[in-house]
Write a new protein. Structure first.
Ligand code: T46
Length: 181
């Protein structure tokens, strides 16, 4: 597994080794030892999630204030533009974001540690989004920041029929959101 740095040092792109042959391919989509060697992070992942969305769906920006979740995300069908935002007031990168295209074809994964907001928009006809989390779902402390917050200035790709949940449409402004110390 290769780790590729992003502009946010804690957020890393991971590229697993893919073994292709005439039948198709094989890869270890997760290997704890390889993850720890690539990221320097020791984590127990406790939940696997899978969402499917059609083109133009944007999910996010989400985070949990209590039981903050580290997320190891990947796409097994289609293409998404995936975004992480540093929500830690103490960080020199507070309010900065990174975006990366994750796809079934590039096999790329993104490690989004605790303390970051996360979201993605679907670029293909549909996308299957799978991810491991380091803590359990805690809806009581789940928060959402508007994907288009002007202060964050996330440069989302333009997609037809942008579609968000009511919860995400009602997301907080970054400047008013409860974030991390
Ligand atoms: C996240 C989650 C949701 N749910 C239930 C709650 C709702 O009845 C239903 C859909 O939930 P929601 O609309 O919050 O799903 P997403 O919009 O995909 O939320 C996720 O989207 C962004 C990209 C994230 O990074 C988070 O992991 C997560 O917040 O699944 C569960 O039962 N367990 C869970 O862990």
């Amino acid at each position: 597994m290769k780790a590729i740095a992003t502009d946010l040092p804690e957020v890393m792109i991971l590229e697993p080794k893919v073994f292709g042959d005439s039948r198709g391919f094989f890869m270890e989509s997760f290997n704890r030892r390889a993850f720890e060697a690539a990221t320097g992070c020791e984590r127990d992942f406790v939940q696997d999630n899978h969402s499917r969305s059609r083109r133009g769906v944007l999910r996010g920006l989400h985070y949990q204030l209590e039981q903050p979740q580290g997320k190891l995300v990947r796409v097994t069908h289609g293409r998404v533009y995936d975004v992480a935002v540093d929500l830690r007031r103490s960080s020199p990168n507070f309010g900065r974001w990174v975006g990366v295209e994750l796809s079934a074809d590039n096999h790329r994964q993104l490690w989004v540690p605790e303390g970051f907001g996360h979201g993605f928009v679907v670029l293909s006809e549909s996308a299957d989004f799978l991810y491991k989390t380091t803590d359990y779902y805690h809806p009581a402390s789940e928060r959402c920041i508007r994907y288009d917050d002007p202060e964050l200035g996330i440069d989302w790709p333009v997609v037809p029929d942008l579609t968000l949940s009511d919860k995400d449409l009602a997301g907080a402004a970054f400047g008013e959101a409860e974030v991390f110390a």
